[in-house]
Design a protein around this ligand. Sequence first.
Ligand SMILES: C=C1C[C@]23C[C@@]1(O)CC[C@H]2[C@@]12CC[C@H](O)[C@@](C)(C(=O)O1)[C@H]2[C@@H]3C(=O)O
Ligand code: AKG
Ligand code: FE2
Length: 376
Amino acid sequence: MQYSKALSDPPLKERYGAFLSNSSNLQCSEVMEECELPLIDISTLRMTDDEEERRPCASAIAKAATEWGFFIVINHGIRSELLKEMRKEQQRLFAKPFEEKSSKILKGTYSWGNPMAKSLTQLPWSENFLVPLKMIIEDQEWCSLEFSSLRETMEKLGSAMTDLAHVLARVLAENLGFPGDFIAEKCSMSTNYFRLNHYPPCPHSLGTFGLLPHTDSDFLTILSQDQVGGLQLRKDSSWYAVKPNQDALIVNIGDLFQVSSAHKILAIPFLFKAALSRNYIVNNCTRARQAMANDISSIVAWSNDFYKSVEHKVMSNSEADRYSVAYFLCPSMDSIIGSCSEPSHYKQFTFGDFKKQVEEDKRRTGNKVGLPMFRL
Ligand SMILES: C=C1C[C@]23C[C@@]1(O)CC[C@H]2[C@@]12CC[C@H](O)[C@@](C)(C(=O)O1)[C@H]2[C@@H]3C(=O)O
Ligand SMILES: O=C(O)CCC(=O)C(=O)O
Ligand SMILES: [Fe+2]
């Protein structure tokens, strides 16, 4: 059954219309420059364990995670039919009446707008389901016959995304000197999440957010988006638009990988630059050892959060509905998040501590503060 958009979209206009009519709330919307994100073909990573063969691709990933915190992967192994099937199921889900979405379907996972918003700058013009994969594979009570195909598709995609996330996490972990299965052991299919996002058109889209600027609270995120566009990321204090590409997947580093890659080491910046430009796999621990071995007296203290958990946002538009699916690689709540070498920039914490802190930040300030709360 087809419902009208008035019945299915959340009542954003009714609830927040006053923000829109107050034009002083509108932020200026500049013409956005598009960025050329690193485009990485990861077929060799999926096909071989041979270190030599894997190295060019592994280096490209480490470089992108360091410089951009974002990259695009192709030949990722997830069938485009499966991504299309997910998009269809997602559209069918969001087309259900608002009342049903907010109280009956995938209970406890639906949210829209921001109950704390006091102005347009705090309002995401969107609705989403944040679904623990555990709920998809273990708890099937929520699933009536009507949603069995949604459940099946999410299970298939969840399993494929978990495999892909583990392939990427292995490279990123090894590059920091961790064992390759270090992250996969903390993050199983049942600790991860999907967020199904829907951005309805916003009548006054000039400068309105679809999703507020944020970093992701996970190790890494894999994003499948449609052709509409609107995603932007921050690099060196400017915002850049990410070109939509339906077949490719966008990967971004989350807060937890930023912490794992935090270190204060003795190294020489020019050595590091040279290593990067020669496309070496950059391994912090190796670099530290190399600096020591060279026994250069002019060693300078150099500190960094190696991989970047980069702020990103979605801008709304006035014409088209936009859909995206984000897969979040998260560990179990008791997993300890620590850095690859000591001394770290961060206190040690569990993912459960982090979640509690984020929830408290949101209650207190209406926004996530996140990692700065854990910095030493
Ligand atoms: C521990 C948590 C934080 C999170 C909600 C959750 O219970 C599990 C997923 C987390 C995540 C990861 C990606 C995004 O940053 C986020 C906003 C989201 O939608 O899911 C966060 C949640 C959060 O920070 O509140
Ligand atoms: O919809 C998008 O393009 C981005 C979604 C996102 O950043 C998220 O769900 O965390
Ligand atoms: Fe995000």
